[in-house]
Design a protein. Sequence first.
Lengths: 100, 100
Amino acid sequence: MIRHTVVFSLKHEPHSLETKRFLHDAKKILTGIKGVTHFEQLRQVSPKNDYQFGFSMEFADQAAYTRYNEHPDHVAFVRDRWVPEVEKFMEIDYVPLGFG
Amino acid sequence: MIRHTVVFSLKHEPHSLETKRFLHDAKKILTGIKGVTHFEQLRQVSPKNDYQFGFSMEFADQAAYTRYNEHPDHVAFVRDRWVPEVEKFMEIDYVPLGFG
């Protein structure tokens, strides 16, 4: 399992129609891509950083994650929506520790 | 629900006994605090940042999260283990978007 997360802020006002539209479209587009599981849209609430939102999704393995990254719908989403509308972001990917 | 996450790097070598001990003790101490649920220890694998590990845990509400923060076992863990052994970290807290 790979859990792909991204914490980000939008260029739009937080409660604007543009923000609502971005989140709605992101969910629709990204969850439509095969291999995406446990998709979550989250609000970032810690005062220790100033990101506004988070997405979290899981893939069965690296092959599924790679297929997602290279999928035309993902590529188009990044080009047409993410790049123009996202102010800043940070990607964090996790696998279970499997320790000991 | 509040999901408290922290991504971090240790001062120890990644595969050292000190790293193993830190992770083992952190799990034991933090999961022993009332109100901590869905505790996870994760390995950070994205090449787009250089953090090594992540912890994720959930609280029912802000009151439970506050009790955790102020719990003597948490305060002692931060003072005696986190501050001396952690090289750098970033806290990210999420709540469900509850949109629309």
